[in-house]
Design a protein around this ligand. Structure first.
Ligand SMILES: NC(=O)C1=CN([C@@H]2O[C@H](COP(=O)(O)OP(=O)(O)OC[C@H]3O[C@@H](n4cnc5c(N)ncnc54)[C@H](OP(=O)(O)O)[C@@H]3O)[C@@H](O)[C@H]2O)[C@@H](O)CC1
Ligand SMILES: Nc1ncnc2c1ncn2[C@@H]1O[C@H](COP(=O)(O)OP(=O)(O)O)[C@@H](O)[C@H]1O
Ligand SMILES: [K+]
Length: 517
């Protein structure tokens, strides 16, 4: 499923209207009808419904919603937020129908914010059709006051946003002033970029994209380069096939390089996640001083103790590793490794030893790699970087806030620039490829916000790569499985209680679920 911004939505709408010949007023009728379909499933017939409509086409959708809800027998009131002479085009057609039918209508210009607040309090359902993708700048007075009134009374109400919550930018997800905190957003054609960026996720509630007869194939006709959202169906096709007559060699050999005296658990989580998600063999290369603990915790992996300096992997570990590197399909480097002494030099030597192994770089290995990015695209094997926003900021020599504000642009630029695959982690993780394909993961929540979650993800990515997934497929599947595991394990153990161990269990349950569907 594609994700579009404001301009791309306009282009797709215009193409439907001008090239395919379907009038905008029909699209608006379809849009309103689809919103009503959703509301009627969730709202009993006696519900009081207040529809707040603005001056643009989003308001136009609101007129259709109010009329159709009235015809279904709901107790509906439409409140027009602007002067009626500002309504134009398709919205005017539907406004006139509403007025001609003498349906319940309140003009905000003829009432006060107190009266409207009273109506807001009385309603069971509030439909937000104030502003859609045409928003520019912070919501102006008095609409901002109405929005804050709605948010203040929201606790016991269903707040349904039409297309996008008013005040949220469809392009960036930024909220510059007030914005509706929706419980549900019914969006047209495809989700908007802003759903997954900046503050957007805090405002959209549950979202659903509905068809309004704007064909999604318009995106291809218009040669729009749109990101996609990760869906279960996509993941199903991304999980590597598993021939019943396979043997451990069939399913790849993952090498995990990491660990230090302060971070013993991290490489263990990575190795376990790789094994529990189907890798045939996993070797764990760790500093020899932590070997006994790692060995006792991890009998299912092969172990490679590496020469050690005060609890960190040391320079001569390169020789020990390079004798055996050809054995491995995929190498995950970084979890728990720490800032090893002379680490940058170590990293440069390590990269020179690689042949066609695929490489997943995480945690402190990203830090050590930051001055060698230009070389990564020349490696024979695929390279995947999995930074969290802090690590991304260090790679770009910037700060976390700047990364978070421009996640999508950063992902889109970085992967093609360095000819590698990027998984920019966070509340809505973004995957980008050297060919500038982009996917956003809509799943996962704070159950994953715990040390070790990322280590598990690294192991899962490496495992799927070793099982011969294409890198983008491995990243799509891993990101989804990891996030869904967080969600389903939180149902059992609470969002507070999920640890990397539960995540690993959750991932294999998720693989089972998705393979069985
Ligand atoms: N295109 C189609 O065929 C279809 C489109 N559809 C629907 O159209 C929506 C997009 O419609 P749109 O482009 O008319 O913009 P919309 O979001 O209604 O807002 C524009 C109005 O808001 C105002 N305004 C802006 N910023 C403001 C601010 N900060 N504070 C206060 N006011 C502000 C602005 O006023 P201005 O600032 O220009 O004076 C203007 O009056 C889309 O989300 C979907 O719901 C569906 O019906 C399917 C078919
Ligand atoms: N609130 C959240 N919503 C969704 N995903 C989250 C959230 N918090 C953390 N995550 C995910 O958890 C993982 C944390 O990774 P990272 O910060 O590298 O952890 P660590 O280095 O401790 O293992 C990432 O995949 C990230 O996307
Ligand atoms: K809206």
């Amino acid at each position: 499923m594609y994700i579009a911004g404001q301009k791309e939505m306009q282009q797709m709408d215009h193409y439907t209207i001008n090239n395919l010949g379907l009038p905008g007023s029909v699209l608006m009728e379809n849009a309103g009808a689809k919103v009503v379909d959703e509301i009627k499933h969730e709202s009993p017939k006696q519900s009081k419904i207040l529809v707040l409509a603005g001056s643009g086409n989003n308001g136009g959708d609101g007129f259709v919603v109010a009329r159709r809800l009235f015809d279904l027998g709901y107790d509906v009131l439409l409140c027009l937020m602007v002067n009626p002479d500002r309504i134009k085009g398709d919205a005017k057609i539907h406004f006139d129908v509403y007025v001609n039918r003498k349906l319940p209508l309140l003009y905000f210009s003829e009432t006060s914010i107190d009266t409207l607040t009273y109506k807001i309090k009385q309603a069971d359902v509030i439909v937000d059709a104030i502003l859609g993708t045409g928003l520019h700048g912070p919501v102006r007075k008095p609409l901002n006051e109405v929005i804050s009134s709605v948010n203040e009374c929201a606790d016991d109400k269903m707040i349904v946003a039409v297309d996008i919550p008013s005040g949220v930018s469809g392009d960036t997800g930024k909220v510059e002033g007030e914005a509706i905190k929706a419980k549900k957003t019914i969006t047209f054609v495809c989700p908007k970029k802003g759903f997954f960026l900046n503050q957007g996720p805090e405002y959209i509630g549950d979202w659903k994209a509905v068809d309004i007869s704007v064909p999604i194939s318009n995106a291809e006709k218009l040669e729009l380069d749109l990101p996609s959202v990760i869906t279960k169906e996509l993941v199903k096709d991304s999980i590597p096939a598993r021939p019943a007559n396979g043997h451990k060699g069939t399913f790849g050999h993952v090498l995990v390089i990491g660990g230090s005296s302060s971070f013993i658990g991290a490489p263990i989580f990575t190795a376990k996640a790789a094994l529990h998600s189907g890798a045939g063999l996993v070797t764990l290369a760790i500093p020899e001083s932590i070997y006994p603990i790692v060995a006792s915790q991890n009998p299912e992996s092969l172990l490679m103790p590496l020469p050690d300096d005060h609890g960190y992997i040391n320079q001569s570990a390169i020789d020990r590793l390079s004798n055996q590197l050809e054995t491995f399909d995929t190498i995950a480097i970084g979890p728990g490794m720490g800032r090893i002494p002379n680490g940058e030099q170590w990293m440069a030597s390590f990269i020179r030893k690689l042949d066609n192994q695929q490489l997943v770089v995480d945690a402190d290995a990203l830090f050590l790699l930051r001055h060698h990015l230009d070389n990564m695209g020349n490696l024979k094997g695929n390279v995947v970087l999995t930074p969290h926003p802090g690590e991304m900021a260090r790679l770009l020599n910037t700060n976390v806030q700047e990364v978070e504000e421009s996640r999508l642009d950063i992902a889109a630029t970085f992967a093609p620039k360095y000819n590698l695959y990027l998984l920019l982690k966070g509340h809505r993780s973004i995957i980008s490829t050297p060919e500038n394909e982009i996917w956003i993961n809509p799943y996962g929540h704070d159950a994953l916000s715990k040390g070790g979650s990322g280590d598990v993800l690294t192991g899962l990515v490496a495992s799927l790569l070793a099982q011969e997934s294409k890198p983008q497929n491995a990243l799509i599947a891993a990101t989804y499985l990891h996030a869904k595991a967080g969600e389903t394990q939180a149902e059992k153990w609470s969002r507070h209680g999920v640890t990397p161990w539960e995540l690993i269990t959750g991932i294999k349950e998720e693989i089972n679920r998705i393979s069985g569907d």
